[in-house]
Design a protein around this ligand. Structure first.
Ligand SMILES: Cc1cc2nc3c(=O)[nH]c(=O)nc-3n(C[C@H](O)[C@H](O)[C@H](O)COP(=O)(O)OP(=O)(O)OC[C@H]3O[C@@H](n4cnc5c(N)ncnc54)[C@H](O)[C@@H]3O)c2cc1C
Ligand code: SF4
Ligand code: SF4
Length: 418
């Protein structure tokens, strides 16, 4: 289908529309009486993926009702695997196109259930401390909840055995699994789009299971929007944990940038980014590289520059290292669900007041300003939930983030399936 015979697209939604009220976001398109037009995966592909703005959050994969979007193992990005029906949901839930993600950075009072977020400097008791990236608080929290049967498992990340430093989604169902998966992986796993497969592999029923989802803030934005508007009766996500984030890396570019510093990715056991410095170390703890993180700018996901959500504001709990001493995790408990989980896991954790709360606020503020200056469209937390295809093109066309034509290798697929 060419751009010229594209079906009509929905109008931008009204600014007066209430926040987070549930229902299908397309039905919130209150000024439109005609059924909204179709937007195809092809449109998303050209606008976000080919334009190198995809942040690999997998919201589109999770949102597709016909399972038409899969994950390209080679390229590590969404791809069409069967007929696209033009239902537009991949567009609607993509934080780099149709989803005005900043609308999801403020939970409703009902969703929060807590008057104020509570911030802690936390560290794990026992074995989780050594397994974790910082204080091991996330590992300890999830392990305690699984052992107390509050959760059946947690969708976390582990490193691919074949491909060093590449993150894979992993359904941890025991403390041992979580200890194995501890630490940060600086590439996306696309776990949100693979939850059903992970559950099926473990013989768990999505309608019965209660899972935690751990991910970068953009992943949690997608999960939160799906939860708000989808009302999937079988939604197994019972707790969301965001890892605070200013950028993630495109796996192959990360590996090749390390190579340019003569660092073999197979030797790298841990990457850490603290106070603007990137450290890579081997399994003995020997430092292989210490350099300004800016030297890795070109390896970052380009879409990250449009992200204002350093803290993971839509999550039940956020975790990072900024503002706390080495060996501690900064934990922000944002919702009543998060508070109940935090309380249930108290035996596995030591928590005190955070040392430098100002540092957290400062970084969050910097991150928001970066997004505001990079986004070709207006950054508008009060704006309509959805951004129409036309509105998006109007803002992005003519900029260095405009849509790019499809990879010729894929065109035949789209001719057949879109
Ligand atoms: C891409 C990325 C960028 C980050 N940038 C910052 C930053 O700029 N500032 C900051 O303060 N903190 C940042 N963090 C968070 C920080 O690295 C730690 O994850 C956080 O402090 C929690 O530490 P912990 O020891 O409690 O976690 P752990 O006990 O190590 O538990 C972390 C859990 O998260 C899972 N996990 C790790 N990586 C991923 C991933 N990519 N996707 C899904 N799950 C994953 C692990 O499997 C593990 O279960 C970043 C994390 C990531 C993944
Ligand atoms: S940014 Fe997320 S939702 Fe958008 S195309 Fe990429 S993976 Fe899909
Ligand atoms: S900076 Fe934002 S968009 Fe990029 S990985 Fe982190 S949360 Fe996602």
């Amino acid at each position: 289908m060419s751009a010229d015979n594209r079906p009509s697209v929905p109008e931008p939604r009204s600014r007066s529309e209430p926040k987070g009220v549930g229902g299908d976001p397309r039905e919130l398109n209150d000024d439109v009486t005609e059924p909204p037009g179709k937007i195809w995966f092809r449109d998303l592909d050209e606008t976000v993926i080919e334009a190198d703005r995809c942040i690999q959050c997998a919201s589109c994969v999770a949102a597709c009702p016909s399972d038409s979007i899969g994950i390209d193992e080679e390229e590590h990005r969404p791809t069409l695997v069967k007929m696209c029906t033009g239902c537009s949901r991949c567009w609607d839930f993509c934080p780099r196109s149709g989803l005005r993600y900043e609308r999801h950075l403020e939970l409703t009072a009902e969703e929060r259930g807590l008057a104020e977020p509570a911030t802690y400097a936390a560290r794990a008791n026992g074995d989780a401390a050594a397994a974790g990236q910082d204080g091991g608080a996330v590992t300890a929290l999830l392990a305690e909840l699984i052992e107390a049967s509050e959760l059946d498992g947690a969708v976390v990340a582990r490193e691919s055995e074949e491909d060093p430093l590449r993150g894979e989604p992993f359904l941890a169902t025991s403390r041992e699994d979580l200890l194995e998966a501890g630490g940060s992986i600086y590439s996306q796993t696309m776990g949100l789009g693979q939850i059903d497969d992970l559950l099926a592999d473990d013989g768990l029923d999505p309608a019965e299971a209660d899972l935690a989802l751990v991910g970068t803030p953009c992943v949690i934005q997608g999960a939160t929007a799906l939860d708000r508007y989808d009302h999937e009766p079988a939604d197994p996500i019972a707790l969301t944990v965001a890892l605070m984030c200013t950028r993630s890396f495109e796996h192959r570019r990360l590996v090749s940038r390390l190579e340019s510093f003569d660092v073999d990715s197979e030797r790298v056991d841990k990457i850490d980014i603290t106070d603007g410095t990137l450290y890579a170390s081997d399994a003995d703890g020997t430092t292989l590289l210490e350099t300004d993180v800016d030297a890795f700018d070109a390896a970052g996901l380009r879409g990250c520059a449009e992200c204002a959500d350093f803290v993971g504001a839509a999550a039940d709990i956020s975790a990072g290292n900024v503002g706390t001493a080495g060996g501690e995790t900064t934990v922000v408990v944002r919702t009543e669900t998060g508070r109940a989980a935090w309380t249930a896991a108290a035996n596995g954790l030591e928590a005190t007041a955070i040392d430098r709360p100002g540092t957290l606020e400062h970084l969050a503020d910097w991150n928001r300003r970066r997004a505001e200056s990079t986004l070709p469209r207006e950054y508008d937390p009060e704006g309509s939930v959805g951004i129409s295809y036309e509105e998006h093109r109007e803002a992005y066309d003519g900029t260095d983030r405009e849509p790019k034509p499809l990879n010729p290798a894929r065109v035949h697929q789209y001719e057949e399936w879109c």
